[in-house]
Design a protein around this ligand. Structure first.
Ligand code: SF4
Length: 345
């Protein structure tokens, strides 16, 4: 039995600063400054044992030990790709596994985090979608991935993307608490503008994100602006048709004053035609957006292929300059199955 297995102890590393302050006062009779101390020990200095909190008395540390726990994940494996991307496989206390990725792109170092074990949305090009949903990650499990990655590098992690396993909007409360913790300037303090949440677009999801105080980046996994094609690739899009998705993105633009990224994975003979490019141009009209093209990364059991470079060229030539910004993203970590759509244990 590990320290993470006691259901009666509170998972203190998953409490936002306000929740921690409230819990310490209500349950432990502690003054507010203790919340500052404990929050900073866990989230800034990265300690994983109360005994390491040397500015807190032994009596309080013992009390904390019986009432609370700081979550840690077990690293099962690490795989390094030729481009420097590292994929980590972590075990949770119930032996479920998740994957997280560290992506060096100097001067940035980006952590890609998971939000669920598996995913219920079943996108047909995605390995995680093939697993189905096993369970949501708790807030402490989400932030712990970031801290485990931080422990492996001397370089400061500058950016965080929620693009690992799972759909963040399908676990919104835990994800929003994790956002509050990692952007808190008493902790690891990654500014909200350096954090991006990726979604296929669930009803009400983008609206809830817009309602949070931070200026978080939003990436929408579009993959086609033709309803019929999109339903093949993202079956869950049935619940949010393209015109409603566009409305949600427009409102995000207006609420946050931020450009949204439209993710588009090019797949041969599925969404790489000029008609698809035309639909994408039409969809992006009036939106403050950047189109991020990526090339399909193969996964087991899917009958898709990456288009040839001539088709990719044609697609890009049609988009640009009709769309404001178009990039073809280099796929990171594909040789260790750490690229987009390839995560899954
Ligand atoms: S692409 Fe995202 S939403 Fe779709 S199945 Fe994969 S993890 Fe889930």
């Amino acid at each position: 039995m590990t320290g993470n297995d006691s259901p009666e102890r509170i998972r203190i590393s998953g409490l936002t600063y306000e929740q921690l302050r409230f819990w310490l006062s209500e349950n432990m009779g502690m003054k507010p400054f203790r919340a500052d101390q404990i929050f900073s020990w866990i989230h800034l200095r990265g300690v994983t044992a109360f005994q390491q909190m040397t500015n807190i008395s032994g009596r309080i540390r013992e009390k904390l030990e019986t009432e609370a726990l700081i979550t840690t994940l077990r690293t099962d494996s690490t795989l390094s790709a030729e481009d420097g991307t590292i994929k980590y496989s972590f075990s949770l206390s119930d032996d479920n596994r998740i994957e997280s990725v560290l992506i060096p792109e100097p001067p940035r170092l980006t952590a890609c985090l998971s939000t669920q074990v598996g995913c219920r949305l079943g996108c047909t090009f995605c390995q995680t979608g093939k697993m189905g949903l096993i369970r949501n990650l708790t807030t402490d499990e989400i932030v712990s991935q970031l801290y485990q990655l931080r422990n492996t590098t001397e370089t400061r992690i500058s950016n965080v993307v929620f693009m690992g396993m799972g759909e963040p909007m399908d676990n919104f409360d835990n994800v929003s608490n994790a956002l509050s913790i990692i952007s808190d300037d008493r902790g690891i303090c990654i500014g909200s503008r350096k954090i991006t949440i990726s979604t296929v677009g669930l009803p009400g999801g983008i609206e809830k994100l817009a309602g949070l105080p931070g200026q978080y980046g939003l990436a929408v996994s579009l993959h086609s602006a033709v309803e019929k094609t999109r339903r093949i690739l993202v079956p869950a899009s049935k619940a949010l048709p393209l015109h409603k998705l566009k409305q949600d993105i427009l409102e995000y633009n207006q609420e946050k004053g931020r450009r949204v990224t439209l993710e588009y994975c090019l797949i041969e003979d599925v969404n790489d035609s000029i008609e698809e490019a035309q639909a994408l141009v039409e969809f992006s009209k009036n939106l403050e957006c950047k189109i991020n093209l990526l090339l399909y990364n193969s996964i087991e059991g899917a009958n898709f292929r990456r288009p040839g470079s001539d088709i990719v060229e044609k697609f890009i030539s049609y988009l640009y300059p009709r769309c404001q910004a178009v990039t073809l993203r280099r796929s990171r970590g594909a040789d260790v199955a750490a690229a987009c759509g390839q995560l899954g244990t």
